[in-house]
Design a protein around this ligand. Structure first.
Ligand SMILES: C[S@@+](CC[C@H](N)C(=O)[O-])C[C@H]1O[C@@H](n2cnc3c(N)ncnc32)[C@H](O)[C@@H]1O
Length: 184
């Protein structure tokens, strides 16, 4: 089921302007170079920044995301025609015979892995990614570091900002205040 947040057309349009520094993607670009990757499956491609960047370097890329509004933004980017875009899940991609064993690398940039909250969902996703990878293929994804206690910064006071986004006007961003309970 698509994430309601990323399926919202305005959220999709302000996603890139609100987070213009994508140096977090450098690690994925480095992996492509280090492992001599020819084909990438970008799972949870969102607005397509990584997919377009890799395609511009001559890498074959398929970007998949269930949020149609985000993929619409991706499709409008310079060089987007070099990428194959799929609105759906990686299960949809794995169901296509032409996609089986096709990719050297699957990527989940910017905490895509954290959208899978249950073991069943995560294992199904990993299984479908495995189907799409070549026997020596790799999956690169991110985890949070619990010791960083990032959630302590997910407060209105620490995170709220207003950014004037061209064409969209002032856009408020930040985390809602929430109470966390810890056992000890
Ligand atoms: C924080 S965004 C990251 C987008 C992009 N990878 C980036 O680097 O900007 C998380 C993305 O995960 C996507 N997502 C949510 N559920 C998903 C699923 N079941 N399969 C694939 N992607 C999913 C959302 O639609 C959203 O685009």
């Amino acid at each position: 089921m698509p994430d309601a947040l990323f399926s919202h057309p305005r959220v999709a349009r302000v996603y890139d302007p609100l987070d213009p520094d994508r140096s977090d993607l450098d690690t994925y670009v480095d992996l492509v170079r280090e492992f001599g990757v020819d084909a990438v499956l970008d799972v949870g491609c969102g607005t397509g920044t990584l997919a377009c960047r890799l395609a511009a370097q001559g890498v074959e890329v398929l970007g998949v995301d269930p949020a149609g509004a985000s993929v619409t933004v991706a499709r409008a980017k310079t060089g987007a025609e070099r990428v194959e875009w799929v609105v759906g899940t990686v299960e949809d991609v794995a169901a296509r015979p032409d996609q089986r064993g096709r990719y050297d690398l699957a990527t989940m940039s910017a905490n895509v892995a954290q959208v899978f909250l249950g073991d069943e969902e995560w294992l199904a996703t990993l299984g479908s990614i495995r189907t799409c990878l070549r026997p020596s293929g790799r999956l690169a994804f991110e985890t949070r570091v619990p010791a960083d206690r990032a959630w302590e910064r997910w407060t209105k006071e620490a995170s709220h900002q207003v950014v004037d986004v061209e064409g969209e006007g002032p856009s408020r961003t930040g985390c809602r205040s929430r109470r966390w309970t810890e056992s000890s």
